[in-house]
Ligand binder design. Structure first.
Ligand SMILES: [Zn+2]
Length: 387
């Protein structure tokens, strides 16, 4: 290929084109930046220099001057809600929702955000009213979930059952376990009122929702025991052996009492022994220990605690053992032994609590729903030992 003079023109031409393209880009950027309000840059500056309060004020000014900046409105609303400035979040979302020129999609989003603000502010009636407007359409699932949360908070169990069923129809994960708890709550209320028939119907529904509901079987046992049908009560409580043995420590005391009422001491001891063989449990051991001490004396109780100490050492088993030892020795026991027993007992009492596996909440009594994080059955049905 021969060199021709016009080739020399190609390189300057490319440079020229590049220069023109750059000029066009720069002019475009300058035009755009002129269109952005100065407050926006001020806000950015404050953000970069870690002055979030001033940044928010600057962005608010942008939002006031230019109502079209919808995303900025939503971002500010969400930020205020996160910071706990709920009155400001509500104002922003209310303003957006009230605008006449809004698309349907943005209006629904603004309404949903407003509902979340009300919910966080504890204005449950207003939150529910907003979510009710959204229970069909694009925000249906989240809205129904929030409605359910409100109904559980206000203990409106009948309505909660309806909402849970609607959520399932929308393709949300199965709600049966929670629904069984709503029925159990209704049964409990009916039992307190002395309405045995209503309680029985609610428990039937609870078991239809969740055949393995430990709570429903326990309540059914309580209902039978209250009606004087100890055999039926014992049979209901013993269902836990199959459906959920982890809850046996919760019923151990009632089960033992019902058997003792019917002169079945030996059978009660045998049953608790069997449970303890299957799974170690300081709570079960304690009830068994008390029953053995009552029925067969302190020597037998001490032997039981000693055996269990060897198999599954625990502070509670040691407490039982020392109590039995001192009772056997009576006046012959040394002062040191009594002090040791007292110290161990105090330590056990201090750590005698149920704990939520979700949030760590601790309580002396057992709760089916954690009072702190509102989860069902997140509290282990066995008392914990002090760490
Ligand atoms: Zn919790």
């Amino acid at each position: 290929m021969e060199f021709e003079v016009w080739y020399l023109l190609v390189i300057p031409l490319f440079f020229g084109l590049g220069w023109v393209a750059a000029r066009i880009d720069i002019r475009h950027v300058i035009e755009e930046s002129r269109a952005v309000p100065r407050s926006y840059f001020k806000g950015l500056n404050y953000l970069l220099s870690e002055q979030p309060d001033k940044a928010i004020e600057a962005f608010l000014e942008v939002a006031r001057m230019d109502p079209d900046t919808l995303e900025l409105h939503f971002a500010l609303g969400a930020l205020f809600r996160r910071r706990g400035e709920l009155d400001r979040a509500i104002r922003i979302h209310q303003n957006v929702a009230d605008r006449a020129d809004l698309s349907q999609e943005h209006r629904l989003k603004a309404l949903y955000e407003l509902g979340e603000d009300f919910l966080k502010a504890g204005l449950l009636d207003r939150a529910e009213a907003v979510f009710r407007k959204l229970e069909t359409g694009t925000h249906a699932r989240e809205s129904l979930r929030n409605i359910l949360e409100i109904q559980v908070l206000t203990k409106d169990w009948r309505e909660a059952i309806v909402t849970a069923a609607r959520l399932e129809k929308l393709g949300c994960p199965a709600q049966n376990a929670d629904t069984a708890h709503y029925y159990c709550e209704l049964a409990l209320a009916a039992m307190l009122k002395g309405d045995e028939q209503a309680a029985r119907a609610d428990l039937d529904n609870a078991l239809r929702e969740n055949k393995r509901s430990a709570r429903a079987w326990i309540l059914l046992g309580d209902l039978e025991a209250k009606a004087g049908a100890d055999d039926a009560a014992i049979a209901a409580w013993r269902q836990l052996e199959e459906v959920n043995p982890a809850y046996l420590p919760i019923v151990a005391e009632r089960l033992t009492q019902a058997m003792l009422r019917n002169d079945r001491q030996a059978a009660a001891i045998e049953l608790l022994m069997d449970y303890l063989q299957r799974r170690p449990s300081p709570d079960l051991l304690h009830y068994l220990f008390q029953t053995v001490a009552q029925a067969r004396g302190w020597d037998a109780a001490r032997q039981l605690a000693a055996d269990e100490l060897k198999r599954h050492p625990s502070l509670r088993a040691l407490d039982d053992y020392l109590q039995a030892s001192n009772a056997v020795r009576q006046a012959d026991g040394s002062v040191e032994d009594r002090v040791a027993q007292d110290l161990v007992h105090r330590q056990v009492s201090r750590g005698d609590y149920f704990q939520c596996g979700g949030c760590g909440f601790k309580a002396r009594q057992y709760f089916w729903q954690c009072p702190a994080c509102a989860r069902w059955e997140s509290i282990a049905p066995e008392r914990q030992e002090l760490d």
